[in-house]
Design a protein around this ligand. Structure first.
Ligand SMILES: Nc1nc2c(c(=O)[nH]1)N[C@H]1C(S)=C(S)[C@@H](COP(=O)(O)OP(=O)(O)OC[C@H]3O[C@@H](n4cnc5c(=O)[nH]c(N)nc54)[C@H](O)[C@@H]3O)O[C@H]1N2
Ligand SMILES: Nc1nc2c(c(=O)[nH]1)N[C@H]1C(S)=C(S)[C@@H](COP(=O)(O)OP(=O)(O)OC[C@H]3O[C@@H](n4cnc5c(=O)[nH]c(N)nc54)[C@H](O)[C@@H]3O)O[C@H]1N2
Ligand code: SF4
Ligand SMILES: [Mo]
Length: 741
């Protein structure tokens, strides 16, 4: 029989973290090398030569991939032909999804920094003992709030919920955030304020039903290629408007490209609203029934002088008029936005300026419409609802006593263990390290030493910590090498769970490969931590991912994101994924469901709010010394973020330039005397980076662009944030280019 805990030779009460995953007696030997004891093997529920469908682990599109097994191990994959998201398509990353699992720098054992400062292998028992001893020592000296965590939108919902609950309710942490802050925080805040809940309203079928499609600050051809395929399936010959300072791959395919000045979107969107209202090209009936604050909004936008808007945006007033007419004439207009909006010092109000256009024209709640934020990472939506960071588990509010009571009751925990606010946001955690409030940090499945804004400072700050734990698939990431303790994690394909995609669809991922060495799933690591920390009892029900989904579903009862109707992974598989909400006992009417069909929003009076504010100037504009505005973003469909995963595929490696590059307009290049591919130094007030000059008219004169996939980029970026969402403004800072001789 399994024992819940067992004493190791060191006297540590070590749990059996694998009770439901492995049914044999636990020995210390197993903890030393769990994979040898079957913990890494494919579960029984898959036949050894099966083909099984699972959701891709890169972007939020959530394509289904059919993974083919031989002798219980994944050998190949192809896109699933009948899944409602991707219907037989995948982008290069999806096709190559198994490649990152095979790599020499996979973590196979925990690593502990020794006295000479080097990482040395240790067993799991030592790793857990050190983890608990060091974090507890910090807490007893500096208070429970002196340790924090940074999580991710790239782990299954069950794992990120476990992390959030364990850290905050079990380990007494108050502060925890994740890379979703870098990505979706603005959309979350905008939706919460405007709709009363963080609820992207659309379904991918809307891409196919629209007759006018407006993309603002989004480049789906590169970042969400299969969503773009859905646009290409649209039979209505839609007008496609792309608002982006660059002539991106998406802009090239559009019928209308508005190459606006960076960060002038608000002026443009208010200008459009003014024209729509002035001409009465609005849906009065919908506004009266479903929208608040229209008169104030109409008055606010009436002040916008269109010639002034034209000079700010660089788009002529005739062109703005033309786009307003297009929106007016469209029967089904959908508005989509991504990081060109979210990653801005005024992102929340910009996102709301988009939402306002959809609301005043009644383009919401019908096929082909919506104010639609596209999410980024495979489980960004899961993280928004269940990471227990900004929101209390299940989209609840830490500050509301009744929500804390409800969650405590459901989980059977003491309500006092639930903090009464959301704690520090990511930037506050980083600043907290600097001013000595945060002494210990646990980083899981994110790589801030590359991806956080103004990274040279970030690296120095992480080095100030008394104790840094990094839990990653690879021991070689920019962040993992800084760790005092490194924990080796299984990745996508090596574990079970669910992701929630951009259109709110839950889909299953599965263990189809064996994690290397003694790497464990993040889930198993959390079980282990819970037991070693001494709160195993509190998490006694959190035995395996599928049980945790049921716990989480229970928490959503009565919430807009109610998923009490989801009862098993099998059901998700059978249905081709299920979009939230699905209440208990409700039948799934359609596998393409959108929100707000009844015109009712989540504020107490059922109405949406029009929220607006004056546009602000860029905090670091181009000047004599730094005459170019640098934008950053995705460079190719084959590169993922900090490239820890995609760089492992030799197929993908052929699809993008290996060296960092900076896109610069021919006019600026000529003025600087640059030759194509010449090495240049890109310098901002904070750092210098060497890159290849890519001379191209796709960026306007005065602007440059660098892909975020290269470590150098965030040496340059300026640490500034949206005041409401605290999302970093990654896409605007002043630089100069110095030719290298
Ligand atoms: N291949 C690949 N796909 C990915 C990812 C990846 O790393 N690689 N990451 C995923 C994630 S997590 C995310 S969040 C998404 C991001 O997806 P996107 O947001 O589509 O990608 P970005 O390139 O970051 O930014 C989009 C565009 O914003 C523009 N932009 C910059 N400043 C402004 C501005 O002031 N106004 C406007 N209107 N536009 C502006 C840029 O020129 C850029 O073309 O992609 C997801 N998909
Ligand atoms: N300049 C600039 N910077 C940006 C952006 C930008 O546009 N411009 N975009 C921002 C955005 S939108 C985002 S989302 C962030 C992304 O930034 P990060 O989250 O830092 O980037 P990733 O490379 O995806 O890092 C994920 C890490 O998790 C590890 N990992 C993957 N799967 C697992 C798993 O299952 N378990 C564990 N334990 N580890 C795993 C990977 O090896 C990798 O180290 O970057 C942001 N940074
Ligand atoms: S579009 Fe996104 S979800 Fe689909 S295969 Fe590519 S990376 Fe995976
Ligand atoms: Mo993102």
């Amino acid at each position: 029989m399994n024992k819940p805990t067992q004493e190791t030779s060191r006297g540590l009460q070590v749990p059996n973290p694998f009770e439901r995953l492995f049914d044999g007696p636990l020995t210390e030997q197993m903890l030393l090398s769990p994979a040898k004891f079957g913990l890494g093997l494919v579960p029984d529920r898959l036949a050894p030569d099966a083909t099984t469908n699972m959701v891709c682990g890169f972007c939020s599109t959530g394509c289904s991939l059919s993974v083919h097994l031989k002798d219980g191990q994944a050998v190949n994959l192809s896109p699933s032909p009948d899944y409602p998201v991707n219907v037989g398509m995948a982008c290069p990353k999806g096709w190559e999804a198994l490649a990152p699992l095979q790599s020499d720098d996979r973590g196979t054992t925990p690593l502990l920094r020794n006295k000479s400062g080097k990482h040395a292998p240790v067993d799991w028992a030592t790793a857990m003992e050190t983890f608990c001893d060091r974090f507890k020592a910090i807490q007893s000296e500096h208070g429970p709030e002196s340790i924090a965590f940074l999580g991710t939108g790239q782990m299954p919902t069950e794992e990120l919920a476990f992390l959030g609950a364990l850290a905050k309710f079990g380990m007494g942490m108050r502060h925890g955030d994740g890379n979703t802050r870098q990505c979706m925080a603005t959309a979350v805040t905008a939706y919460k304020q405007s709709f009363g809940f963080d609820a992207p309203p659309y379904t991918y079928d809307d891409f196919e039903q629209s007759d006018v499609i407006v993309f603002v600050g989004a480049n789906p051809c590169i970042a969400h290629p299969i969503m773009w395929q859905r646009v290409m399936n649209n039979k209505n010959n839609p007008a496609i408007v792309v608002v982006d300072p660059r002539k991106t791959e998406t802009a090239v395919c559009a019928s209308h490209h508005l190459a606006i000045q960076p960060k002038s979107d608000m002026a443009l969107l208010y200008g459009l609203a003014k024209i729509l209202i002035q001409n009465d090209w609005i849906d009065r009936e919908f506004i009266d029934r479903s929208v608040n604050d229209f008169d104030q909004f109409a008055e606010f936008v009436s002040e916008f002088d269109l010639d002034h808007v034209a000079s700010q945006t660089g788009i002529s007033s005739q062109r703005i008029q033309e786009i307003a007419e297009l929106i007016h004439q469209g029967k089904r207009v959908s508005f989509w936005w991504t990081m060109g909006v979210n990653q801005s010092y005024q992102g929340t109000r910009t996102a709301q300026a988009i939402i306002n256009l959809a609301l005043i024209t009644g383009n919401i709640g019908r096929p082909g419409t919506g104010a639609n934020s596209i999410t980024g990472q495979c489980n960004a939506m899961g993280s928004r609802l269940f990471s227990n960071t900004t929101s209390l588990l299940g989209g609840h509010d830490f500050t509301k006593a009744e929500h804390r009571e409800k969650v405590a009751g459901q989980l059977g925990i003491d309500v006092e263990t639930i903090p009464d606010d959301a704690g520090f946001s990511y930037d506050q955690i980083i600043d907290g390290i600097l001013d000595g409030k945060i002494k210990g940090l646990w980083i899981i499945a994110t790589n801030p030493a590359h991806s956080w804004i103004h990274q040279s400072r970030c690296k120095q700050i992480l080095e100030k910590l008394d104790f840094l734990v990094v839990q990653d698939m690879y021991h070689s990431t920019e962040t993992a090498v800084l760790a005092d303790l490194y924990l080796p994690a299984a990745g996508w394909g090596e574990k079970d769970g669910t992701f929630i995609n951009s259109e709110r669809r839950l889909g299953v991922l599965k263990k189809v490969a064996r994690a290397p060495g003694s790497a464990l799933s993040d889930f198993a690591i959390f079980v282990l931590v819970a037991h070693c920390w001494g709160v195993g009892e509190q998490f006694a029900q959190w035995t395996d991912p599928e049980s945790v989904l049921q716990i989480l579903a229970g928490l959503t009862k009565g919430q807009p994101c109610d998923i009490t109707g989801i009862t098993s992974y099998q059901q998700l598989d059978d249905e081709g994924g299920i979009q939230w909400p699905l209440g208990e006992g409700h039948a799934i009417q359609s596998n393409q469901r959108r929100l707000f069909e009844d015109g009712r929003f989540y504020h107490a009076d059922g109405k949406a709010k029009l929220i607006f504010d004056s546009p602000q100037p860029m905090p670091e504009p181009a000047c004599c010394e730094y005459p170019l505005v640098m934008m950053t973003g995705r460079g190719s469909a084959a590169q993922w973020h900090t490239q820890t995963r995609t760089s492992k595929s030799s197929v993908l490696a052929r699809l993008y330039p290996n060296a960092p590059f900076v896109e610069i307009n021919p006019t600026d290049a000529t003025a600087l005397g640059l030759k194509p591919q010449q090495d240049v130094v890109v310098e901002s007030r904070r750092g210098r980076a060497t890159a290849n000059a890519m001379i191209t008219p796709t960026v306007a004169p005065g602007n440059v662009f660098m892909p975020m996939h290269y470590d150098e980029v965030n040496q340059l970026t300026l640490s500034h944030f949206d005041p409401y969402s605290k999302q970093p403004s990654y896409k605007d800072c002043a630089v100069k280019i110095i030719p290298k001789v």
